[in-house]
Design a protein around this ligand. Structure first.
Ligand code: SF4
Ligand code: SF4
Length: 167
């Protein structure tokens, strides 16, 4: 039997919101031009765009400021939906920095549950001690391992790793 392991995929945002919670110094509401119209600015590169809060999120935008109350550095435009997911209320018009952002280069799961993320080339973020040890000993300390070798190594230990293209 041939076993096919899925190893590459397009980056998929899980809407955990983390990347929008500490970014208000970089992505900033510049000025308001109408009830739902604003200019948003990337303070680092100076990109400025006129944006409209999308109709489907206007009520949420108006009524729920819990994220900004809890996180002083949260983006002006992020909101939390009742299902716990975070949304960008200007999503179709968001700045390039937001469109282009991928928070990780790979995700690792076990039994269909995400338990780790890889940042950059080899930095692992996980609470799983077994995975941490495997990664340290067999990946980080042997940095010449190819993606295919890492995929196979983790697969043998019951983990599935999906790398995103472009890194
Ligand atoms: S890009 Fe990553 S950190 Fe940001 S919301 Fe999506 S999954 Fe979360
Ligand atoms: S503009 Fe949207 S995607 Fe960008 S930081 Fe703000 S909420 Fe997040």
């Amino acid at each position: 039997m041939v076993v096919v392991i899925v190893t590459m995929g397009m980056f998929e945002c899980t809407q955990c919101g983390l990347c929008c919670l500490g970014i208000s110094e970089i992505v900033r509401m510049d000025r308001q031009i109408s009830k739902y119209g604003f200019y948003v600015k990337n303070e680092v590169v100076g990109e400025t765009k006129a944006v409209l809060v999308t109709p489907e999120y206007r009520e949420l935008f108006d009524t729920n400021h819990s994220i900004q109350a809890e996180h002083k550095t949260a983006c002006f435009f992020v909101r939390k939906r009742t299902d716990g997911k975070f949304v960008c209320t200007i999503h179709p018009n968001r700045l390039f920095i937001c469109k282009d952002y991928h928070c990780c280069t790979a995700r690792i799961s076990k039994n269909d549950e995400e338990i780790g993320r890889v940042k950059g080339k080899f930095s692992l973020v996980t609470m799983d001690e077994t995975l941490k040890n495997i990664w340290l000993e067999s990946v980080q300390k042997q940095s010449k391992k190819s993606r295919e070798e890492i995929i196979s190594l983790l697969h043998d230990q019951g983990y599935l790793i999906i790398f995103y293209d472009g890194e």
